[in-house]
Design a protein around this ligand. Sequence first.
Ligand code: PAF
Length: 279
Amino acid sequence: MKLIHTIAELRAELGKFQRPSFAPTMGNLHDGHLALVRQARSLGDVTVASIFVNRLQFLPHEDFGTYPRTLKADCEKLQAVGCDVVFAPSEEELYPEPQGYKVHPPSELADILEGQFRPGFFTGVCTVVHKLFNIVQPSHAVFGAKDYQQQMIIRRMVAQMALPITIHTGATLRAQDGLALSSRNGYLSVSERAEAVQLSRTLKSMIAMLRAGEHNLAAIEQHAMHTLAQRGWKPDYMTVRRRLDLQAPQLDDLTHPDRLVVLGAAKLGNTRLIDNIEV
Ligand code: PAF
């Protein structure tokens, strides 16, 4: 496995291949990321993972400064799953000057849910992903389903910008109790870690209400928000949306559960967790 820090070296290395497959990450890798890299391996003739903590997608009060940088351990894990190339640029390499040109996804996709609570987040994500796509020029790229809105927005960006890349979504990996794997789970104390499973449990209870024929979405959402708040969480949203466009379902959608996804984001102590489950 090659560890490469510069765009020039990466281009030289990838010039030997036809169909790179790509898994972009911010490092601090867990089994969920490694599953994405394994999936990428099956898609191309060389597998590239990037590790870059992207300043552009963090708000000033968020955890950019403290986000764990664990390059050595990450490389060992990537080597073990058969990754061929790790691209880990410095900030100066990727952003040698302030990134004035940005990719702004449309408001109806990017200013709802995560974008409502993290303004500018998806502009930061699309800008870095577009730039990484230009650098790596992959044929295939893999994103995790845990970031449901992210993978949808990137899919649409690729389609609208006619980028010659097939986007794949990797299933969310969960701990035994059901907590979705996330780099941010590492911030949880022992007692918070035990409580954290309630986020996926509450999403499941929303699905149970839908399946039981409850069509009052506001009631389902309020019940979920209340359940978490009572346990000491600070929920941002717990909501039922259409898979297609993440908009509120119409009555007709409610009779087709395969059109629906439940999504949630909530803070437990200082840690903000997100999760989603397709109905
Ligand atoms: O999902 C992530 O880790 C990041 O948002 C990504 C796609 C690597 C862009 O920085």
